[in-house]
Write a protein that binds this ligand. Sequence first.
Ligand code: CMP
Length: 139
Amino acid sequence: PVEHTLAVIKPGVSQEQQNNIVSQIKEAGFSISQVKETQLTRDMAQMFYKEHKGKEFYDSLLDYMSRAPSVLMILSKENAVNEWRELMGPSDPEQARQCSPGSLRAQFAQSILENVVHGSSNIQHATDNIKFIFGDGDM
Ligand code: CMP
């Protein structure tokens, strides 16, 4: 069955890198069902990352995510949640370069904070995040 996940190209990624990321997403066989460019507010970022509340990087994460526009996409494919996480690679670019050199974070991430892309961690988060960003409209 086709699964849907929320993918985000985070703030500060150049237009050229955004295009490159989108091409790699399509080459990997995902359909981009919806796309929207929005600057998240701090409140939206807080909703989005509520499971990280209290962590030492939480405030810098909220600043980062709300400082410029992001590209938010619904990616659709069989096993989309896990496959998108694989294409992104690990959060830490050092680790990504070691164990997943073809991944997007290995190619483009600056640091564990400024790591270029985000994806829902499981189906429940995917469903919740898609609803939060795109509303209840038909997919
Ligand atoms: P993401 O996959 O979007 O989910 C949580 C985000 O928090 C992560 O990417 C990074 O942007 C950030 N993050 C996770 N761990 C750390 C860390 N140890 N230091 C700084 N930022 C982090």
